[in-house]
Design a protein around this ligand. Structure first.
Ligand SMILES: NC(=O)c1ccc[n+]([C@@H]2O[C@H](COP(=O)([O-])OP(=O)(O)OC[C@H]3O[C@@H](n4cnc5c(N)ncnc54)[C@H](O)[C@@H]3O)[C@@H](O)[C@H]2O)c1
Length: 268
């Protein structure tokens, strides 16, 4: 049995689309570690996805929420508090969507209508969720919020396009809101900067196969898997990391600090 690091804790998990989703695997790990969870995703994703299967496996309820709708987020938080019979302890924000990438628009020729939607869904949504939880006092003291990000927020990966800007904004919101939530309620907010991972969102990046192989060769430990990421999320939701907040935490097998490796030079 997994260590019961989350025994008695309750949380909301955004973004489980299918079995490959980082959120899907995190949901399983959180429940294994003793947590009770609410699952949520955009209504459109639920029609495509298999979230009910995960709900059956984890004893969770599913509450639809398009994270760009304030009305949906209000309902999600209210219904979760009602379901749990009070406040909850953790939130996983595992959401990404680029309309320009999806529509094949190059970074130098962005459609700004699409861009606004991308930033809203992929980044501002973290602010919306945090602000709603704070207003409704829904997160318990020493609660923990984790959002998933990528190193394209710091370095240029040309095909990551507008998602790089979205991730930079997401990380900034985690820091800025993390300050206020810590002072007001002792709630912590962090981002995990994950290795490239084969999921629906990941595979949407142009040239993903080359990209993931390159990262593997550049990372002394190799790429971090979705399962590794899920375990890291469990540790951040647990009381063992109570004093960690407002951080962007690299979870990438060492990729972020390496200049070059013999494996990459050999390929040249
Ligand atoms: N896969 C990778 O290579 C990788 C690397 C680093 C970070 N990440 C990040 O991890 C997170 C999870 O992605 P994933 O790789 O598990 O892919 P995924 O496609 O399984 O998950 C993305 C989720 O976002 C949800 N979503 C999109 N629009 C939404 C909306 N309006 N409201 C609510 N939910 C919405 C989707 O339905 C989906 O469940 C994302 O933030 C992604 O950017 C992924």
């Amino acid at each position: 049995m997994a260590p019961q690091l989350l025994k008695g804790k309750k949380g909301i998990i955004f973004g489980a689309l299918d079995e490959r989703s980082i959120a899907w695997i995190t949901a399983l790990k959180c429940v294994e570690a003793g947590a009770s969870i609410v699952l949520t995703n955009a209504p459109v994703a639920m029609r495509m996805g298999e979230i009910q299967k995960l709900a059956d496996q984890t004893g969770a309820i599913v509450i639809p929420c398009d994270v760009s709708s304030q009305e949906d987020v209000d309902k999600l938080i209210d219904q979760s508090v009602e379901h749990f019979g009070g406040g909850f302890d953790f939130v996983l924000h595992s959401i990404g969507m680029s309309l320009n990438v999806r529509k094949g628009k190059a970074y130098t020729e962005l459609d700004y209508g699409f861009n606004a939607k991308t930033l809203d869904i992929s980044a501002t949504s973290l602010h919306r969720v945090l602000a709603t939880c704070l207003r409704k006092d829904a997160l318990n003291e020493w609660g923990s919020v984790v959002a998933l990000t990528y190193i394209a927020a710091q370095r240029v990966f040309p095909d990551y396009s507008e998602m790089a800007d979205a991730k930079a904004l997401l990380e900034s919101i985690a820091r800025s809101f993390g300050y206020h939530y810590a002072v007001k309620k002792k709630v912590r907010v962090n981002t995990i900067s994950q290795s490239p991972t084969r999921t629906t969102a990941g595979s949407g990046v142009k040239g993903f196969d080359g990209f993931i192989d390159y990262a593997e060769k550049m990372s002394p430990l190799g790429n971090a898997s979705a399962e590794d990421c899920a375990n890291y999320c469990v540790s951040l939701f647990s009381d063992l990391t109570r004093m960690v907040t407002m951080q962007n935490l690299y979870h990438d097998g060492g990729f972020s600090t390496v200049g070059v490796t013999p494996a990459v030079v050999e390929k040249m």
